[in-house]
Design a protein around this ligand. Structure first.
Ligand SMILES: Cc1ncc(COP(=O)(O)O)c(C=O)c1O
Length: 403
């Protein structure tokens, strides 16, 4: 027998495992760890969506196999969302497919369009499935900078010249996990022009479409005229409606890519449980004030977190979107790398964060702090971080951090 399967050999051990183990050990020793590691929303799904699920599940017809590509009403609801939010028209029959969360859609589209040895362009750092979906499918990945600006566009042009074979696809993800950076429509225009010029498909991950906190509102790449010739975009119910465990997302855009994903999925799954699809339809078509409430909640957490870190002597950029603070490791701990620093932070301040290297080698200078605990717990985390970073020199705890 071969020692290791070919595909498994291409998957490095899960980088977060080391910090997770340390976290489990601390918790087993009855330590109170504030977990800001995983981007797992802590708020409940809005009640009207849960009520719709309960209503639908009472009908025995919903207990059968569902529709792999999504029930028609759900695909129509997604098309309506694109129309009202982005002014983008989608044909729900040919340009939309429902997925079991956007992660499943990204991975299966990668499988559908990749031949072994293909080259794919992926920003670094980025959410792991962006590169590993393609690596599992047998592709090679060429990293490009993650900042949505001229540097990235120049790096993309260079990558095309120097990659053999020529890249077949590019991933973009704004608002970004882990960096929180946003792209504007001008940047997407450049990306679409680049993709058309070089005949490269673009996969845009818009999982954080509705998590924004300032005046800038995340656009869709599909707003660019002609984008559908080359681009497909993934959206998700996970963060927008606090439905992470429900596993509901979408791919929309280029009909050839949608058809390829739909075909692969037709062999693999029967779609999400029908009551989940019915409830997701109700979420998209129903009242949207729950989204504004969620934005308010995250904005408040973000402000407490960023201000508290600053008071602890740790200056971090303020994210305008997403659910993470992407924090540069303080100078005197840089030599530890992101895993070493995360473990030290856990030990000394009882706060778990995600080491940046889990998002790619260029992430190793940072840790990602998720805003997934309430402000009281965030303040508790901040007190721990402050006494760790300032030690005996810690200034008296600011009144703000006291409650
Ligand atoms: C950028 C990004 N894309 C996709 C996902 C996966 O979301 P879903 O729950 O829809 O699979 C996440 C989850 O954290 C994410 O951060």
């Amino acid at each position: 027998m071969a020692e290791e399967f070919h595909r498994i050999r291409r998957l490095p051990p899960y980088v977060f495992a080391e910090v997770n183990q340390a976290k489990a050990k601390a918790r087993a020793a009855a330590e109170d760890i504030v977990d800001l590691g995983m981007g797992n929303p802590d708020s409940p799904t809005p009640p009207h969506i849960v009520a719709k699920l309960i209503e639908a599940v009472q009908d025995p017809r919903t207990h059968r196999y569902s529709a792999s590509k999504g029930i028609p009403g759900l695909r129509k609801a997604l098309a309506n969302y694109y129309e009202r939010r982005f002014n983008v028209s989608l044909n729900p029959e040919t340009e939309v497919v429902a997925t079991l969360g956007s992660k499943e859609g990204l991975a299966n589209l990668a499988a559908a369009i990749t031949s072994p040895g293909d080259t794919i362009l992926v920003p670094n750092p980025s959410y792991p499935i962006h590169q590993f979906g393609f690596i599992i499918a047998g592709a090679s990945v060429r990293s490009v900078p993650h900042t949505p600006d001229e540097d990235m566009l120049r790096a993309l042009e260079r990558a095309v010249v120097h990659s053999v074979p020529k890249p077949t696809a590019l991933i973009v993800n704004y608002p970004s996990n882990p960096t929180g950076l946003m792209a504007d429509l001008d940047f997407y225009r450049e990306i679409v022009a680049f993709a058309k010029k070089h005949e490269i498909y673009v996969l845009s991950d818009l999982a954080y479409a509705e998590l924004y906190y300032g005046d800038r509102i995340p656009p869709s790449i599909l707003e660019v005229p002609g984008a559908k010739d080359v681009a497909v975009e993934f959206t998700s119910m996970s963060k927008t409606y606090n439905m992470a465990g429900w596993r509901m997302g979408f791919a929309a855009g280029n009909p050839k890519l949608i058809s390829a994903l739909t075909r692969v999925k037709s062999y693999l799954d029967y779609g999400a449980f029908t009551p989940i699809q019915v409830a997701a339809t109700a979420a998209l078509n129903g009242p949207q004030d729950c989204i504004e409430d969620m934005r308010k909640l995250y904005r408040e957490r973000r402000d407490v977190l960023v201000k508290g870190l600053k008071q602890a002597g740790w200056d971090v950029p303020v994210p305008d979107a997403g659910m993470f603070v992407w924090a540069p490791i303080p100078e005197r701990f840089k030599h530890l790398g992101s895993v070493g620093f995360s473990k030290l932070l856990l030990e000394k301040s009882k706060v778990a964060v995600a080491p940046g290297i889990g998002f790619g080698e260029h992430g190793d200078t940072h840790v990602r702090i998720a805003m997934v605990e309430n402000t009281q717990r965030i303040r508790q985390a901040l007190r721990g971080i402050r006494s760790f970073l300032q030690g005996d020199n810690a200034a008296p705890i600011d009144a703000d951090l006291e409650h």
